[in-house]
Ligand binder design. Structure first.
Ligand code: TYD
Ligand code: MG
Length: 453
């Protein structure tokens, strides 16, 4: 043999140029840090000659009539003990599907998966593979969570090849891989957790799962801002991406599907961590409002978490700035949106906020992604700055425009129904809603003058 073909190459993710060695800058397109190691599967010889001759080496596809295909939805689904999580999954974990459960370390990923294993293993063969914890550690958790089925097995491994081989035996109906960041493939030299390892290990496992119709759930850690590259590249490969978010220490945690090939992405499951693992919160509004004291700066917002209406408390605090530049902090709410609302408040009402530090907090670890939260945030800030309260009979919702106008909110009837259920007498909301429960408001300034007192 004259020379050995390199088993891997480095490919620029911007322009596709390939290199034998890693370099910091792609000399073809000039992008920095864009090279990613990839396994070379085909040596290239066959492919090249085929191209030269104008012939193609593949064979004709085995196509079938669409009408004769059995929809994948018709396959069996594995049910978890969590009703809302089943809904998030589109009716349970589909056989042959590969899901990614992404979340910060310590969120409870291993816990919820062990709980899922406990339920599924009552009727199916389940394998829990951990690259992070020893058998002893996992056993402790299993005992605590009451997972004692004979059909639940455990293996400690960080080899993607071994895991894929095990999945390929078809012995298991559900396999948990905890976590993708610890896995490595023999063929790749880069460290576990790098983009190339994550992509290639992911692909290997997905192929094995599809070939045997095994359901697989892969754990992926993300950093606080969700930026870690690993799970992000996996998102394109898997069928379902579940985001596990919330407060790591107490508070509510939510699981929602940000991608689901077999269901809607509008559903959400809300959990609370307890002595015996995670529990679904049946009535989140009531739990969120239980500890409320009506002080200034506190407003109840009627919002939506996915398809579910929820009442949450928005708190604002304003203190005089000690420095020339006022500080704005938001927890559970988008900081850019907060800055925008502060600008609207300054310009469209008579509030002076340029010398105030402003802090906004959404109680209970909830993360709002609802434009109808604007009015409640504005009212909370106004209430905190003026030291005045809103009557605790009221909930609030509505979007605030740049002109200080109150705009309509989607699914207002669901918001109203939830507020009624929890005993509120009225909602302050957009004037477009024709419902006696809603006190219609059109303009931010007028709303503040009339109701924050
Ligand atoms: P874990 O599931 O290990 O988080 P992850 O796999 O996402 O990194 O556990 C998260 C936390 O939950 C951990 O600090 C311990 C705590 N915990 C409980 O409070 N109750 C329980 O029953 C269990 C199993 C864990
Ligand atoms: Mg874990």
């Amino acid at each position: 043999m004259l020379y050995m073909k390199a088993k891997s190459q480095f490919v620029c993710q911007q322009c596709g140029a390939s290199y034998v060695k890693w370099v910091g800058q792609c000399s073809n397109c000039g992008a920095w840090n864009s090279l990613v190691e990839q396994v070379v599967e085909n040596t290239g010889v066959g492919a090249k000659s085929a191209l030269a001759k104008g012939a193609v080496s593949g064979k004709k596809l085995d196509y079938v009539k669409i009408a004769t295909i059995v929809p994948s939805d018709a396959k069996a689904r594995l049910l978890t003990e969590f009703k809302d999580l089943n809904t998030v999954l589109g009716g349970g974990i589909l056989m042959g599907s590969v899901s990614l459960l992404a979340g910060q370390p310590g969120m409870g990923k291993s816990t919820i998966l062990m709980q899922i294993c406990a339920t599924v293993a009552k009727t199916h063969n389940v394998l829990y593979v951990s690259g992070e914890e020893s058998a002893g550690q996992v056993k402790l958790r299993a005992v605590r969570l009451g997972a004692d089925s004979d059909r639940l097995s455990f293996a400690a491994s960080t080899s993607a090849n071994d895991i894929a081989k095990t999945i390929e035996t078809g012995e298991f109906d559900l396999v948990i891989v905890d976590s993708i960041q610890t896995l490595a493939m023999d063929e790749i030299s880069s460290a576990p957790g790098t983009v190339s390892q994550v992509t290639n290990c992911g692909n290997l496992i997905i192929r094995a799962a599809k070939s045997t119709d095994t359901a697989v759930v892969i754990v992926g850690h993300v950093t606080k801002d969700g930026t870690l590259a690993g799970p992000k590249v996996l998102e394109h490969l898997v069928d379902v991406v579940l985001n596990f978010e919330g407060d790591r220490y107490g508070g509510f945690k939510t699981v929602r599907a940000v991608k689901n090939r077999f269901g809607s992405t509008n559903e959400v499951a809300i959990f609370e961590m307890g002595e015996k693992g995670l529990k679904e919160v049946a009535n989140p509004s009531a739990a969120l409002l239980a500890e409320r004291t009506n002080t200034d700066g506190s407003i109840i917002l009627a919002t939506l978490e996915g398809n579910r209406p929820i009442l949450v408390e928005i708190q604002a605090l304003a203190t005089k700035s000690n420095y020339g530049y006022p500080k704005r902090t938001a927890s559970g709410f988008d900081l850019n949106r907060l800055n925008l609302l502060i600008a609207v408040l300054e310009r469209r009402t008579k509030l002076r906020l340029s010398e105030q530090d402003i802090f906004v907090n959404v109680v209970g670890g909830m993360k709002l992604n609802d434009s109808a939260a604007d009015l409640a945030v504005c009212m909370a800030i106004a209430s905190a700055v003026a030291g005045r309260k809103l009557s605790d009979e009221y909930v609030v919702f509505g979007e605030v425009g740049l002109g200080g106008e109150i705009r309509s909110a989607f699914r207002s009837d669901q918001r109203i129904a939830e507020a009624k259920k929890l005993g509120f007498s009225h909602a302050i909301g957009p004037a477009t809603i024709k419902d006696k429960f809603v006190i219609p408001v059109k303009d931010l300034r007028e709303t503040l003058i009339r109701y924050v007192k």
